[in-house]
Design a protein around this ligand. Structure first.
Ligand code: 48N
Length: 301
């Protein structure tokens, strides 16, 4: 048993290690607390973050595999930029907690294994002739990239928060540029039909990366909104499953769709009419890498 010391905390003694607790439960005691301290610890930080990120440099809409991969590249490359991630679900990760048909293993086609090495996710490679690698559980990939992203001091995840519109500006050439997002807590967004006016909040930012997926209650949000505001003539509509065609098209097609708005991941399939790839995630990671690269061009100019 390693030697440990106990430090008095608010009348209780605080063992420094869990080993020090083992076997000593009889005199175990949490340091005393008042409930309002918990409330203030949460609300002070949340509202300070809301204030800080209401002017962001980049907003990522959707914390699925593409959005999180993009956030990782941006958070690492530009610690000077404020990056807000808006995720409608309480749980970020989108469709990347399982590999396909609720199986746990996740397939990534080479060369996306480079991203796995970058973030330190172990995988099984069936040899140099194999065209793919396998992460033993999709949750290992998603939890790892999420954990890395959340540790960047310049990245803030607002989960359980939906983007319910886009902030626009006239671009002086008869078109628009996107200049931020309109947000509400997701539970509020879902009840606009049965509650009177619950106006949204806003985040101004020169660059938005939208990776809201191709399905789900809010899927392809920005793509659909661009069509409804006549900034995009029509949706291309996702095509049938063709892994070889789909993944190259999504990665290479990730781009700025209208000034200020980059679309990546499966949301892009709805814009371009790209095929779907089904249960393989390499394109999501690398589309995120490309979306980050496109966003950084704005800050290099
Ligand atoms: O995982 P998704 O849905 O989206 P991607 O593009 O990151 O990854 C797609 C991938 O999971 C697949 O679909 C795989 C490869 N299968 C392909 C195929 O052929 O079937 O994540 C999107 C995230 C989700 O977490 C949503 O909750 C969130 O975006 N979201 C939003 N968050 C905030 N505001 C919104 N309006 C919104 N809409 C969706």
């Amino acid at each position: 048993m390693p030697h440990t010391t106990s430090i008095p905390v608010g009348g209780a003694t605080k063992p420094e290690t869990i080993e020090a607790m083992a076997g000593n439960w009889s005199d175990f005691q949490f340091a005393p607390i008042r409930e309002s301290q918990v409330s203030r610890a949460m609300t002070r930080r949340y509202f300070a973050d809301l204030d800080k990120y209401t002017e962001s440099d980049i907003v990522i809409v959707g914390a699925g595999s593409c959005g999180l991969s993009s956030a990782y590249v941006l958070g690492k490359a530009r610690p000077d930029l404020k990056i807000a991630i808006i995720e409608a679900g309480v749980a970020p990760g989108g469709g990347a907690w399982l590999g396909g048909q609720l199986f746990s293993a996740m397939v990534m086609r080479k060369p996306a294994d480079a991203f796995l090495r970058e973030i330190g996710v172990p995988y099984e490679d069936e040899g140099p002739e194999s065209s793919f690698v396998v992460v033993k559980h999709a949750a290992l990939f998603t939890s790892t990239v999420l954990s890395k992203v959340l540790q960047f001091p310049n990245v803030k995840l607002f989960n359980a928060t939906a983007v319910e519109d886009l902030i626009t500006r006239k671009d002086g050439k008869g078109g628009i540029r996107i200049a931020g997002v309109v947000t509400n807590w997701t539970l509020v967004s879902m009840h606009h039909d049965d509650q009177s006016c619950m106006d949204p909040n806003t985040i101004n930012a020169p660059v938005i990366i939208s990776t809201t997926g191709h399905d789900g209650p809010f899927g392809a949000f920005s793509a659909k909104r661009l069509v409804s505001m006549n900034a995009l003539s029509a949706l291309g509509g996702m095509r049938g499953l063709d892994m070889n065609t789909a993944e190259d098209a999504i990665v290479k097609g990730t781009r700025e769709i209208v000034p200020g708005l980059i679309i990546g991941g499966m949301e892009l399939s709805e814009v371009d009419g790209a095929n779907r790839m089904g249960p393989t995630f390499g394109a999501m990671a690398l589309s995120g890498v490309k979306a980050a690269e496109e966003a950084l061009k704005v800050f290099e100019e």
